[in-house]
Design a protein around this ligand. Sequence first.
Ligand SMILES: *[C@@H]1O[C@H](CO)[C@@H](O)[C@H](O)[C@H]1NC(C)=O
Ligand SMILES: *[C@@H]1O[C@H](CO)[C@@H](O)[C@H](O)[C@H]1NC(C)=O
Length: 438
Amino acid sequence: MKGIVAVLWLAVKRGLSLNVGGATEGGIHFNAGPENSVTNDVSDDADLKGWIAPESMATIDREAADRQMARSESLEVIDELVNSQRYAAYPMEISAICIRFGLNAQSCARVEAYLGRLAHNRTKQTVKLRGFFSGTITAKANVFAIGVRSMCEAPADSACDIYRRDFCKVVTAASGRALLGDKAALFKFGDTRDAHACYPTFYKTRLMKLRDDNYVLLDLNHDRHWGMVGQVPGADVSWSQKRTQLVWRGASTGRCDAYFNNTRMMLVRKYFHSQDPRIDVGFSEALQHCDAARSYVKPGMSMQTVLAAKYVLVAQGNDKASGLNWALASNSVPFMVEPDIESWLLESSLKAWEHYIPIEPDFSDLGSQVEWAVQNDGEAERIAKAGKDYMQQFKNRKTETDIEAAVLTAYLDRMDVRTSKLSGVVDGHLEKTCLETP
Ligand SMILES: *[C@@H]1O[C@H](CO)[C@@H](O)[C@H](O)[C@H]1NC(C)=O
Ligand SMILES: *[C@@H]1O[C@H](CO)[C@@H](O)[C@H](O)[C@H]1NC(C)=O
């Protein structure tokens, strides 16, 4: 008992909030502490009540320490590269940056992909602003420009603090080195994207069709999307030990409209009462904004129970489905609608029938795809395994940090975001002048 109390206390101290029975946010929220309990970034992971165990806490601690060490090393390289390039006429080649971080071709391809359009531009780009963003950083601030170091000192609301913390770990490790600090960048935090971004900006996700646009991806809100991946080995069983069933549990995030394709509401309306015993879908909780969801709530499932099924449905909520990363990492096979949003996971590299079993946006073929998987068990197992193999590339902490650092280096090298009282300036709230919302 004492142990449990200690773990809970540690969890609170470290800003983890455990969901103890029926709170609104279904699951564990890394980095969402008591002071951060209001967040517009609601997790839509399967209900994983009480999952966290002392061993898992130790793993999280170890991971954080490794991450921090990897970051300080990468930082010295960023600092050196950015400063030696300050007055160069042309930006460094991405491949040259990758070599400095010791990244192989596969990792370097990821650096390019995250950079979007910026990767193939051979000119440096200047953005002049009347002033940098000041005030409290909120997701409502849309795109904002700020000095890399000021970003880490400015006040931020709880939702943005989660994003910012991931970014600032890099910068904080640099304390004492003023050089990086006077470089500025453009950011947008939160789950929303824009139809158009007029300058290269750091985002967590982007629409796949805009992958060669101004959306530069970083591993923001890391714990929400990747925290569960580390828990998979402890919860998973082999394919042959799994039951033949498709399961889905999640909160009623996203659009509350059962007649709108690819919404969780459409999914539950069509399959909550399914006569096929192999299909078990339901909300683990109905959120306030969606009363209609209440009639589709089923008891939550632990990760262990979800992964005892061969087929795990992944459904988009507000943004990318946060269950995708751990479903892929498991021995189960994900079923999902072809994603249109990509994140640090690089969903654009995932292929239907190779890494997941595709379903129609209106879920109309869910039953027949389950039937296919039952009839082609070896194939389904092979797809499950390929998804797990795909996840291997994200496994090495040092490599992940170096990839992030290379993205940041390339950005700071290519972008000159500065203030100017002269012509051609816009103010720090860029969305007013250059962003359209979808
Ligand atoms: C490169 O950046 C400049 C702005 O500095 C822009 O005008 C140009 O369109 C970009 N080129 C490509 C290929 O994106
Ligand atoms: C909804 O999805 C179905 C296929 O799953 C497609 O035929 C239909 O055109 C989609 N409807 C809309 C409005 O996009």
